[in-house]
Design a protein around this ligand. Structure first.
Ligand code: OGA
Ligand code: MN
Length: 275
């Protein structure tokens, strides 16, 4: 029997009583899926997953896919398992900005999963915020206004990061044109509405200038990332953590340097076009 313990008032839950390396019963898989849809971020402690087992667990939530911009190396045997690595002489790429993974794709990934294999003690936390709560906490008039808007998302910022940094990030030569997504999307599984803009990939509202868009976007980002709406995960080796990109943003705290090894395996699943 799995046990699900809520971690904050808005998002995050720890799931215990399951070894993800074993094949899960239908009941357990369904219980995890339901908890995931409810809590947005799930944490499983003390796991030990080989890449094939992480992929098998990931597959319960969708089809594992490689990064469309090939932003970082994958394992040669399992290219859908991306390696996040930081160590001496090999600094990891930064993710210290609020974002929803790869929102610049027409069909961004639905679920992302990290398995921690090495962690600098007490450092390198990851923060998550609920974009359901961010939407629901707006006034009715603001919600109505946002419902009519779409915004442009671009991978340009990832290319800029990868090409500027000495890190494990791979150079990116070609960035596809920006894509337009609704500012408020409906989650395809829960039907709940979530705000869907983020400060890293969102350029501006469609048919508005950068200057016109910036004040409202900045307000929405501040509103979404209030401490009351954030779960901050303190990593331990063995953690498996998964989040729902359709209704959250995340931010990787960069309070470590390249002398402090941090090593995780990352998988993501193919998602739908936001609508
Ligand atoms: C990611 C990401 C956060 C981290 O893999 O998409 O943002 O803490 N990582 O490494
Ligand atoms: Mn990310």
């Amino acid at each position: 029997m799995i046990e699900v313990t809520q971690l904050t008032g808005t998002l995050g839950a720890e799931v215990s009583g399951v070894d993800l390396a074993q094949e899960l019963t239908t009941d357990t898989a369904q219980g995890i899926h339901e908890a995931f849809l409810e809590h947005i971020v799930l944490v499983f402690r003390n796991q030990s997953l080989l890449p094939a087992a992480q992929l098998a667990f990931t597959r319960l939530f969708g089809m594992p896919i490689e990064h469309p911009l090939k932003s970082r190396p994958g394992l040669s045997e399992h290219p859908e398992v991306m390696v996040l690595e930081n160590r001496p002489g090999k600094p990891g790429a930064r993710n210290d900005f609020w974002h929803s993974d790869i929102s610049h794709e027409e069909c961004p990934p639905s679920v992302s999963m990290l398995h921690a294999l090495e962690i600098p003690t007490g450092r390198g936390d990851t923060q998550f915020c609920s974009m359901y709560a961010a939407y629901e906490d707006l006034s009715p008039a603001m919600r109505d206004m946002l419902a009519g808007l779409t915004a442009l998302h671009s991978g340009e910022a990832t290319a800029r990061r990868n090409n500027a940094e000495a890190s494990d990030a791979l150079p990116i030569t070609e960035v596809p044109p920006p894509v337009s997504h609704p500012v408020v999307r409906s989650h395809p599984e829960t039907g709940r509405k979530a705000l869907y803009v983020n400060p890293f990939f969102t350029l501006r509202f469609d048919d508005m200038t950068d200057q016109e868009s910036a004040p409202l976007l900045e307000y929405l980002y501040r509103h979404a990332t209030r401490p009351e709406n954030v779960y901050r995960h303190r990593w331990a080796v063995g953690d498996v953590l998964m989040w729902d990109n359709r209704c959250s943003m995340h931010y990787a705290v960069k309070d470590y340097d390249q002398t402090m090894p941090r090593f995780l395996h990352r998988t993501v699943t193919a998602g739908d076009r936001p609508c």
